[in-house]
Design a protein around this ligand. Sequence first.
Ligand code: FES
Length: 117
Amino acid sequence: MTGPAGSSRRVDLCAADDVPPGTMKLCEVEDETVLVVNLDGIFHATQGICSHEYFELDRGVLTGDSILCTLHLSRFSLLDGEVIDPPAELPLAVYPVAIEGERLLIEIPAGPLEVNR
Ligand code: FES
């Protein structure tokens, strides 16, 4: 299942044009979802479901470089996934974003997508 130690893979998310600056999009990745956010032209990607309970984060609100989960008002940094405001305790998993042509991808270790829940 997992590749050699240190190996990574790239997984396609969506077209870069699908995520204009100041917006976000939830993308299906294998059996999970990934939230991709465009902050002033820089793309960030986190797990798509809140680490607190089941809530799709594209239904949250972008607040600068953080996202507010509107179910229980936890706030997370989009830069490193850390919890800024409770009740969530676990950070969001974050994934490095790569751009290939018109497409956005995440670069992740071999094996299942890491998600905190
Ligand atoms: S589900 Fe996000 S804060 Fe509770």
